[in-house]
Design a protein around this ligand. Sequence first.
Ligand code: NAD
Ligand code: MN
Length: 354
Amino acid sequence: TRTLRIGLIPGDGIGREVIPAGRRVLEALPLSTKLQFTFVDLDAGFDTFKRTGTALPDKTVETLNKECDGALFGAVSSPTVKTAGYSSPIVALRKRLSLYANVRPVKTVAAARSPVDLVIVRENTEDLYVKEERTMETAHGRVAEAIKRISERASLNIARVAGDLALRRQRVRDTGAPSIHKRPLVTITHKSNVLSQTDGLFREAARKALADAKFQAVSVEEQIVDSMVYKLFRQPADYDVIVAPNLYGDILSDGAAALVGSLGLVPSANVGDGFAIGEPCHGSAPDIEGRGIANPIATLRSAALMLEFLGEEEAAAKIYAAVDANLVEGRLLSPDMGGTATTEAVVEDVLKRL
Ligand code: NAD
Ligand code: MN
């Protein structure tokens, strides 16, 4: 039996409603998975900021670093007006824990009219998100500029994550799981026709990483990011694993979430070496906060994704299957999916199917 210690960071708004749901599903994993969990509750977010003056207390980072094997992060609210001293805790966590990959699977369940089963692997530490900006006064008015930093090292790393994921997805298919894909494919996304040095380096490094003998079974294609958007929306079934630098990955993955109908379904994981934080893609949803109707499925899938990256593929598969069964039956759906079920009712249904 393996015991995993999981940090729970609900954050703000519906984060406080969906993270407990994630905990319950982990606790209910059948004994056959030989997994046990202990949990530690941790603070972060805008309410924490208002209470303590910091959105990400050091204690949260230290506990994750020293005691935890993984974590679940709910959502945080950002202040609508610029607030001195506030900065996003999840962006800081990604940096402080070296979570260099952001992984977002987007998938329809069986019988969808336009099937989608893809994963976007986004580089999580550099590109324009190094936030090195400056504004200059010139004779013609103000000019602002930003550094777009691409390193060979981070690009090699992220491409390996994508290659590993493509192989893992193929292993799952080889066990007979139904899928729209027959072979592993990684699509490298960039704009090196214009940005020949930065995106050129990303492309070259990704190609190099995926040329390794380990990835021999993986087909590798490239797509310029603007035509990628077009094709992704026209023919989503053509894509298996998509790897992209930070900014393109951010935009593509929010867009791809639209392919499956509700933000409440789409999970993500922030992944580093030996550590993963599961995080639903949605925000704190102040419009439905406190009503007990938030869709918990993005969080349940994020918990499964975290387990996958902690090496617990079998346990993850059980959660995915239970969630998919709930969706396929379609009897207990939350309001964002056109149903009337509460968060509680959806969780109970998924628990029964575990
Ligand atoms: P949002 O994702 O919170 O909500 C967008 C819409 O989707 C809302 O109508 C909401 O009710 C609905 N929705 C989202 N998740 C749902 C769920 N699980 N079940 C049912 N419906 C759901 O995005 P927003 O409204 O743009 O932002 C609200 C707050 O969240 C802002 O303060 C924003 O900064 C923050 N935010 C945080 C994150 C994060 O923590 N990673 C991501 C996005 C937005
Ligand atoms: Mn985004």
